[in-house]
Each structure stands twice: as structure tokens, then as C-alpha cells.
Ligand binder design. Structure first.
Ligand SMILES: *Cc1c(COP(=O)(O)O)cnc(C)c1O
Ligand SMILES: *[C@@H]1O[C@H](CO)[C@@H](O)[C@H](O)[C@H]1NC(C)=O
Ligand SMILES: *[C@@H]1O[C@H](CO)[C@@H](O)[C@H](O)[C@H]1NC(C)=O
Ligand SMILES: *[C@@H]1O[C@H](CO)[C@@H](O)[C@H](O)[C@H]1NC(C)=O
Length: 421
């Protein structure tokens, strides 16, 4: 009967869709049309091994945070969820050391926050400057290029970083609207100094965008005091939560740019005006459906922020720094070399070790995974083949875990094939 009505000359897209539905209805009565059988693999129960996660992420999720995720799924627009989101917002403001109202968690991983930052602040034709000293600066440049920005880079070799003078020179040359900088370059193990860079950016009318996915919570960072305009991180590194949520915050200055755009951001999903409403940051009395927030991931994120607040940022940073020093001393005493030469530029959360001479780095990481059930990783992007990377983040930043990694490395160097050259 529907068919009869719609067949009479209607050509609207809606009618096309309903024709599709009509065809489906006639097939649905014919069971032999289900020609793809249920997969055999799904008959086996889900099996996930325990593993020591000492790579650059994800880190081990302690049971307290894991258990938070088993709470019931309720509506993403229910008042209890809004309250949880408000708690998360406060937790992020604490972690970021900011008073910014425009503070929330993006539904997605670190990359989603990265795109949220760039897509909202940058318009086609805008000048963007990316400080590249590893893979993250490269990716930020790629993202900005995709939306038609004029992208310039300053490049430091893997393991290096930029002086404020170098940054100022580039700012005055390219006059960017946004400068991207990775605070913790997890592909090279570099902790980038931040003092003074916010002020420099503002002097040139530029916003400072900082990636702290691998660093925040493990090393001091002060969003407001350091003049950072957009800051983001991820849930699965120092926070020890499952991957899937990404804290982000925008300063007043950043909001001025975002909310006075000539064009809409290319992404509906990441449009800050929608996200701001969903997170109750826009002062409007009611929140409107934008997308279904991953509520179970919110529970875990809230718990991970509670764990951080309980320990305190200061203590957490001190612990990461002490454990990193202990680790670095242990590595040097077994004859290994740290990839980052300057002590103060070593990231306490992710350590890069010069790939041991004569060995195949891949054989080392594979051996350690097989024999010790422990993940460490090789390089990434410009550091591939140059380094081994070990991440000790959040709850896993302990001396016992350092000892475990050192033992595994000693064992690997003994058993892996060493070439004569
Ligand atoms: C891990 C990481 C990211 C990317 O995060 P995903 O959650 O994998 O998308 C971005 N920046 C840095 C510095 C990282 O260490
Ligand atoms: C049911 O589907 C099969 C396979 O597609 C087809 O051969 C058969 O003719 C259909 N039977 C009816 C009653 O539509
Ligand atoms: C922050 O947002 C809240 C809620 O929308 C609003 O009441 C408050 O005035 C805002 N504060 C600032 C400093 O903008
Ligand atoms: C950190 O690492 C240990 C291994 O030493 C792992 O078993 C655990 O799940 C992680 N978390 C805590 C809290 O130790």
C-alpha cells in the first residue's frame, strides 16, 4: 500500500529511502536471503590477556578505574550524566590548572581532540605554524593542511627542541593564527620547555596550541599561567583510563577566534559551539542532543580524574620525576644510552633509549613481549629505528616497574641476536 502511494511520481529523496525499505520488507520474509552465515569466531568467548603496558600508551588501567566503567548505561542527556560531565569538567580544570569555562572531554582519542583544536581555531587560508620535533608536529601540520590552511613548519631533529628565539623568529616571519607545540613529544621522548612561549605568541597575535597527551599529570604544566590557549590530552596515558575520551580546554582568547569565524568548522561532530552546549559551557539554560556521549567512558574518565585529584598533581609529578631519574640511572648503568641528551628535556613519562648498537630493535621488543608479557615499543615517525620507547605512566610509574623493565631489557640483550658489525 505504501508502495502504491509512493510509486505515483514522487521523486523526493525521502521517497527513495522508503522504496529501499519496501524492498527490505519483501526480503525479510525469505530466510534463505541471509546468505552470510554467523561467524564461527564469535562462538568462542572473548579472551583478553593481562599484559604489562609499558609502551607510550595505552597504560594499564587499574581495577578501580576499570570497575567504574561497568556502571549501568543511562541516557546521555539524563541529569545524572550531566552531573558526571560537570565533575569531569572540574577535574580537567584541575589537571590543566585553568579557570577556562570552555573545558570539556571530546568523544574520541587524542587525535580527535587534536582535530577539534585545529578545526575550530583554523579557517581556510589562515596561516598556521607547527613546531616539528617528532611525529606530532607533522600530524598537526597535516590536519591543518587538510582544511586549507597555509601551513609552515620549523623543524628540529628527533630528540631536539626549539629555543624561544627560534620560535619568535618564526612567529614574526609567518604571522600564524595558531602555533602548535607538543609538550611531551612521545615519539622522541622530549619534554618541550614552555615558559615564555605563550607570551611570545600573544605578542604576535597568535594562539598557542599545546599537545599534552603524553605529559600532563606526570610533569608540571600550568595552562593559565603559561598562556596556553588550547590544551588537550588523552585518557589512556597518565590518567590510566581506557582510550576513548580526550580532555580539551580553550582560553577566552581562543574562544574569540572560534566564535568569530567567517566559515563553519568542517566537522559537525567537532564543532565547538555544539560541544560547548552539550557540556554546559555556553551558559544556555538547556542542552541539545548533538551526539550520544560515551557514558561508560565518562565514568572511567571521572574516576581517573578522581584518582589524580586524590594523589594531587604535585605528588604525581614528583613521583613520575623520581621514577624517571631512577630508570634513567638504571639504563645508563647497564650501558644503554638515553636518546635525549639534555637532562631537563627528558620526558619523565616516556623514555627513549638509543636503539642498542648491533641489535634489531624489533627483535628486542618482540622478545620482551613473548618472554616477559611486557610491552615496550620502537620508534614512531622520525624516530623509527633510532630508539626503544618505554612509558611508565600514572599508576605504573613505580620503582618496581622500573626494575621489571630493566630486567627484561638485560634479558633481551643477552638472548637477542647481535650482529658482528
Ligand atoms: C598518544 C599521543 C597522541 C595521540 O593520541 P591517540 O589517543 O592515540 O589518538 C597525541 N599526542 C601525543 C603526544 C601522544 O603521545
Ligand atoms: C528466497 O531467496 C532465495 C535466494 O535469494 C531465492 O532463490 C528464492 O526464490 C526466494 N523465495 C521467495 C519466495 O522469494
Ligand atoms: C561559565 O559558565 C557558566 C555556566 O554557563 C556561567 O554561569 C558562568 O558565568 C561562566 N563563567 C565565565 C567566567 O564565563
Ligand atoms: C601497573 O603495572 C602493574 C605491573 O607492575 C600492573 O599489574 C598493574 O595493573 C598496573 N597498575 C598498578 C596500579 O600497579
Amino acid at each position: 500500500m505504501w508502495r502504491g502511494v509512493l510509486a505515483r511520481g514522487s521523486t523526493s529523496p525521502a521517497s527513495t529511502a522508503i522504496f529501499g525499505f519496501t524492498a527490505f520488507v519483501s526480503l525479510a520474509g525469505n530466510m534463505s536471503s541471509f546468505s552470510v552465515p554467523p561467524p564461527k569466531c564469535l562462538q568462542k568467548p572473548l579472551a583478553v590477556p593481562h599484559r604489562y603496558m609499558f609502551g607510550p600508551g595505552p597504560s594499564n588501567v587499574p581495577s578501580r578505574i576499570l570497575m567504574a566503567g561497568i556502571n549501568p548505561v543511562i541516557g546521555h542527556m539524563h541529569p545524572e550524566i550531566f552531573e558526571i560531565m560537570n565533575d569531569i569538567k572540574s577535574g580537567i580544570q584541575y589537571m590543566f590548572q585553568t579557570q577556562n569555562n570552555m573545558t570539556l572531554a571530546v568523544s574520541g582519542t587524542g587525535h580527535t581532540a587534536m582535530e577539534c583544536a585545529i578545526f575550530n581555531t583554523v579557517e581556510p587560508g589562515d596561516s598556521v605554524l607547527s613546531a616539528v620535533n617528532g611525529i606530532w608536529g607533522e600530524r598537526a601540520a597535516d590536519m591543518a593542511e587538510r582544511i586549507g590552511a597555509r601551513v609552515n613548519t620549523i623543524v628540529a631533529p628527533p630528540g631536539g627542541f626549539f629555543t624561544n628565539a627560534e620560535i619568535e623568529q618564526a612567529l614574526s616571519k609567518y604571522r600564524p593564527v595558531v602555533l602548535f607545540l607538543a609538550h611531551g613529544e612521545s615519539s622522541t621522548g622530549v619534554l618541550h620547555p614552555l615558559d615564555g612561549i605563550g607570551q611570545l605568541c600573544h605578542k604576535y597575535g597568535c594562539l598557542l596550541l599545546v599537545d599534552s597527551v603524553a605529559s600532563i599529570g606526570g610533569t608540571p604544566l600550568f595552562m593559565d599561567q603559561q598562556g596556553i590557549d588550547i590544551l588537550y590530552t588523552g585518557s589512556q596515558k597518565v590518567l590510566n583510563a581506557p582510550p576513548g575520551t580526550a580532555p580539551i580546554s580553550f582560553s577566552e582568547r581562543a574562544c574569540q577566534k572560534v566564535f568569530n569565524r567567517r566559515t563553519k568548522p568542517v566537522s559537525f561532530f567537532l564543532d565547538l559551539s555544539w560541544l560547548a552546549n552539550y557540556w554546559g559551557c555556553d551558559g544556555k539554560p538547556s542542552r541539545v542532543y548533538h551526539h550520544t556521549g560515551p557514558v561508560t567512558a565518562f565514568y572511567s574518565l571521572r574516576e581517573s580524574l578522581a584518582v589524580l585529584a586524590e594523589e594531587g598533581l604535585e605528588k604525581s609529578c614528583e613521583r613520575h620525576e623520581k621514577v624517571a631519574e631512577y630508570f634513567h640511572a638504571g639504563l645508563e648503568s647497564m650501558g644503554l644510552k638515553l636518546f635525549v641528551k639534555e637532562k631537563k628535556a627528558r620526558l619523565p613519562t616516556v623514555t627513549t633509549i638509543v636503539a642498542p648498537h648491533g641489535y634489531d630493535w624489533k627483535e628486542i621488543t618482540t622478545y620482551i613481549m613473548k618472554t616477559h608479557n611486557l610491552e615496550i615499543s620502537g620508534g614512531l615517525g622520525p624516530s623509527v629505528g633510532l630508539v626503544l620507547r618505554v612509558g611508565l605512566m600514572g599508576c605504573n610509574s613505580t620503582k618496581d616497574n622500573v626494575d621489571m623493565v630493566l630486567e627484561a631489557l638485560k634479558d633481551a640483550l643477552k638472548h637477542c641476536h647481535k650482529s658482528k658489525v
